[in-house]
Every structure is written in C-alpha cells, then in structure tokens.
Design a binder for this molecule. Structure first.
Ligand SMILES: Cc1ncc(COP(=O)(O)O)c(C=O)c1O
Length: 403
C-alpha cells in the first residue's frame, strides 16, 4: 500500500463523533447541527427541474471538459460577478473546467502539480484550514508547511514568515478566501504579494473560493483571485487556479458541482490528469449547473437569510465569546478562552447539556510554532434556518451564562 496513506489525519467530523461517543444529550431538546458546513436552505426548484428535464443525458459519456454550454455559463458568470472579461472557453486552451465539487478538484490539483522527482516538495497551507489541502499534499508526496492565521495577525497568511528554503521547495500554495473557518477575505495588496512570490519562486496558487457568494453587503462582494489578477495586470492568470462551487451558493452540496478557472497552461495539464482520473460531470448535472450559474435571484435570496441570521445570532454569542461577523461565509469563529473551557470541553458540554453541535477549532488546525491556532476557538456554522440558528444562539447564551 501507499505508505503516505498512513500519514493522513483523522477527519474533524470523525473526531467529533468520538468526542460525543459516551454522552447522551437531553431528549427534550431537539438537536441543532451547526458543526458541519452543509447549507440547509432548500434547493431551488428550477435547479431540480433542470436536472430531471435532462435525464436523457444519462445515455452519453460526458466529456471531461464539460459541455460548451456549461463552460460558457461559467465564463459568463465569472465576467458578471467579477467585472472582468469572460475567460476563454475554447477546447484545448480553455481557462474554465467544470469539476464535481471543489473538494475533489482541490485534492486533484496537488496530484497534477507536484513534481514527483523533486526531493522534498512543499505545499503551503493556512492553519486552521480545510483538511483536504493537507491530505492532497501528503498523497502527492509533498510536505505541508502551515502558516498560522490568528487574531494577532488579523487572520492573514504571513508570507514574510516563510523561510527561504521553504519558498525554494514550494510547488503549490493553497489560499482560502473567504476563509474557512475565519471568514477572512484576502485584500488586493496580499494578492499582489502572493503573485510576486509566485513569479519569483514559480509555484501554483490554488485559490479556494467556495464561500465567495455568501456575503452581507450587496454592493461589496468579496474580491476574487481572478479579479485581483486582472486588477494587477495579470490577464493570463499566470500560475493561478481558482476553485468555485455551487454547493454553498445554490444550496446543492449533493449535486457535486463546481469549476476551476485560471491559467490555461495549467488547466490543459489538469484536464489531461482529469481524463485519466475519470471525474467528468454527469450530463444532467451539467445542465442543472448551467441553469444555476445563470441565475442570481436565488443567490441573493440566500444571502438575505444569512444576513438575518448573523444579525440576530452574533450579538447573543458575542455576549460571552469573543467573535464578530466575518467578512464573508457562514461561520462564526468564536473564542472560548474567556469561559475557562477548552474548545473540546466547550463543544462536548454544549451538546451534552443543550444538544447543539459545533466544531472544536483545534480539529481544524495543526500545532505549529508551539501553538494550535484553533485551540481556543469553536466554529459555528449558521447553516440551519433562521429560527433554528436563533434557538441555538439562545441555548449557547444560556450555557455560557451557567459557567
Ligand atoms: C474551504 C472549503 N473548500 C472546499 C469545500 C468543498 O466544497 P464542495 O466540494 O462542495 O464544492 C468546502 C466544503 O465545506 C470548504 O469548506
């Protein structure tokens, strides 16, 4: 067997299952699940209709590059959303590829990018982070190098803190903006620094933007990687691949649909990798996805629900835990330091006494430089309905008041 499989870490939700294993939550309080980033708003009917209206496509093998209609709908969405020219979608030199959810693509990009002959390739990742980045690096034979994002550094990746020898061996950098779990959006100046470093050290930037459509001010959508590149005159998106997804935007985590866009030379190789991996998107899903990317009304409706939830929930949580509305995304990243409980004790007791599940921050981070930057935090995913999230906030308030 591949020995790198033994280097994979236990997934956060499995750790949570173990943490809860011996407890019985109160039977009279219905469970409220805020530990997993699975949107629970209803899937729009027109997406379901597009799926079922295209079941005839099951009779065909799909192409890895997706249908022309899907690639065009994605390119048009990028142009509208980011105010930039539509990326090229021509076969063979495309700047857009559909993927079956951003997760598989975030994993696959490392397998395609990392050069196996290289003695000790490095993949840089934020810490805390989405665990796929680490697994992707390890299974590609690379070693992850983590950059702590903490309240002290404004939840930014401190590029200046990366040693020269790490840059020398670096082949891939993951960034997550808006961030999971911090909700931090990377500003233009940080993109400028990252692009300059990528030019100097020749690494690929994998920009995970699956939370880009959950934001709170309709006039200020989060800056995207392609948009930043354009604003900085990088019209060819050199060394940049961005990852986007319908899962959170359109409440379809079960559809498994997203896209990658950016540097055509990288995408050409990535396309080749993907033809062997065999992850082409099913034709009915392509049709439903194209319909979803063409519509913005349901996304704006979705955002209104998140605005309402953060408006009602944040002040209740902030009475006890240090937290604030994020730049974007649907997570509250809340410090439990003032409660005297560790993140795991807090999560466990909250479920045992109030039947609300949240994720201990340390499950999302690694010990680096003598600290685990998630240790004092819990991640609260405001994915349930408005009333349910508010009820959860009241229970958290009661729990904290009792401490
Ligand atoms: C940061 C981040 N990236 C990517 C994903 C994967 O999303 P999907 O595969 O549904 O597009 C998730 C899912 O929760 C996530 O939190």
């Amino acid at each position: 067997m591949n020995p790198n499989l033994d280097r994979l870490q236990t997934y956060p939700f499995e750790k949570l299952r173990d943490l809860y294993a011996t407890d019985t939550p109160p039977a009279d309080l219905p469970e409220i699940k805020l530990h997993i980033g699975e949107p629970q708003h209803p899937t729009p009917q027109f997406i379901k209709d597009a799926l079922t209206a295209n079941l005839g496509g099951l009779a065909n093998y799909p192409a890895t590059s997706g249908s022309d209609a899907l690639r065009q709908s994605i390119a048009d969405w990028i142009a509208r959303r980011y105010g930039i020219p539509a990326p090229h979608v021509n076969e063979g030199a495309t700047q857009v590829l559909p993927v079956t959810g951003s997760r598989e693509a975030l994993f696959a990009i490392a397998q395609a990018v990392i050069a196996p002959g290289h003695s000790k390739p490095v993949v840089i990742s934020p810490n805390p982070f989405y665990q796929i980045y680490e697994g992707a690096a390890l299974l590609a034979g690379a070693r992850p190098f983590f950059l702590n994002t903490t309240p002290e550094n404004g939840f930014r990746m401190d590029w200046a803190g990366v040693p020269t020898e790490i840059w020398r061996d670096c082949q891939l950098v993951y960034v997550c903006s808006p961030g999971n779990p911090t909700g931090k959006v990377m500003p233009l100046e940080e993109w400028r620094t990252l692009f300059e470093l990528s030019d100097r050290h020749d690494f690929v930037i994998a920009a995970d933007e699956c939370y880009s459509e959950i934001y709170f001010d309709e006039t200020q959508p989060p800056l995207g990687g392609l948009q930043a590149a354009r604003q900085l005159g990088r019209d060819d998106y050199k060394n940049l691949v961005m990852f986007s997804s319908l899962s959170k935007r359109s409440n379809v985590p079960g559809l498994r649909s997203g896209f990658v866009a950016g540097d055509a030379a990288i995408l050409k190789k990535f396309w080749l990798y993907r033809t062997y991996q065999g992850c082409a998107m099913s034709p009915p899903i392509q049709a439903a996805s194209a319909a979803a990317w063409r519509d913005e009304a349901h996304v704006a409706d979705n955002r209104r629900l998140y605005v309402e939830k953060f408006r009602q929930v944040t002040p209740l949580i902030a009475r006890h835990l240090h937290t604030a509305q994020p730049d974007a995304g649907f997570y509250l990243w809340a410090s439990v330091a003032a409660t005297g409980l560790s993140d795991t004790e807090f999560a466990r007791e909250l479920r045992r006494q109030y039947n609300v599940t949240v994720l201990p921050g340390s499950y999302l981070a690694r010990d680096v430089g003598g600290i685990n930057p998630g240790r004092d935090f819990i991640r609260i995913a405001l994915v349930a309905g408005v009333e349910e999230c508010l009820e959860a906030a009241r229970r958290i308030d009661a729990f904290c008041s009792s401490l």
